[in-house]
Design a protein around this ligand. Structure first.
Ligand code: SAM
Length: 247
């Protein structure tokens, strides 16, 4: 299962990611689309990095993720926020919960790329549509095709820390537009290193196909941004594409 063993090192890998900036960027896209929400549903909340920042900003958050291990870390990280945070362990592809009147839905950092069939993305966003308040916002990102194919592509990454070393090998299939990421990490225990492995698969989607899907479902005022830019737009070298729209 993806994000089972990786959960142990995920926050270490993300240590240089500025989640405060990320959450503020998401917030700015939300507020541009409509009124300030009270509650936010976060899809693929993972270990709670964006969640924590949204809670600090005063929002009530429901976080969904299928990884029990990631959710355990998130719970610990956001314990102090009490009833303002609820976590649900669920596969988004089989999303099923009775919540209506959602103010805002967000998703950060590739969760949608992990749904490798566009029908699954369509299912989630169609399921949520009647559950979002009229005028409520939807904001999420994907890693672009350029990033998956040309930046991560057939590359290998590695890094060593005091007690851990990881090797991250990527294989991109142009025809299927799938990237296969083989992650091996070696963790130091008393006298030896223990090896853990996990395979992650992500799909490359174009901004156009996601936009078309949002339109088909009925979302309105669809805007596309790239790489945390304030101005709308993206180009062939954009790495992270953000979508914002409202019901
Ligand atoms: C790259 S992590 C991002 C986590 C978090 N949003 C962040 O920014 O740190 C992607 C997350 O999506 C979750 N995920 C991927 N596919 C999912 C699915 N079908 N259902 C639920 N969660 C999923 C993974 O478990 C993982 O926690």
């Amino acid at each position: 299962m993806q994000y089972s063993v990786l959960s142990q090192i995920y926050d270490q890998l993300m240590v240089n990611v500025d989640y405060e900036m990320w959450a503020s960027y998401i917030e700015s896209l939300i507020l541009e689309q409509g009124p300030k929400p009270q509650n936010i549903l976060e899809l693929g909340c993972g270990s709670g990095n964006v969640t924590e920042k949204l809670l600090e900003k005063g929002y009530e958050v429901v976080g969904i993720d299928y990884s029990e291990e990631m959710l355990e870390i998130a719970e610990e990280k956001t314990e102090e926020f009490g009833n303002n945070i609820i976590y649900i362990q669920q596969d988004l592809r089989e999303i099923d919960f009775e919540v209506y009147e959602i103010d805002t839905v967000i998703s950060a950092n590739d969760t949608f790329n992990y749904m490798t069939d566009i029908k699954d993305i369509e299912h989630v966003l169609t399921y949520l549509y009647p559950r979002i308040k009229k005028g409520g916002q939807l904001v999420f990102d994907i890693s672009s095709q350029y990033k998956l194919e040309k930046v991560l592509g057939n590359n290998t990454y590695g890094e060593s820390f005091d007690d851990m070393v990881y090797l991250w090998e990527n294989f991109y299939d142009k025809e299927q537009k799938l990237i296969n990421m083989e992650i091996n990490f070696f963790e130091k225990s008393e006298k030896e290193y223990k090896r853990f492995s996990e395979t992650h698969i992500q799909k490359a989607y174009t901004a156009e196909e996601i936009k078309e899907l949002l339109q088909k479902i009925g979302y309105e005022n669809i805007k596309v941004y790239a790489d945390f830019e304030k101005e709308e737009g993206y180009n062939n070298n954009s790495q992270r594409i953000f979508f914002s729209c409202r019901k």
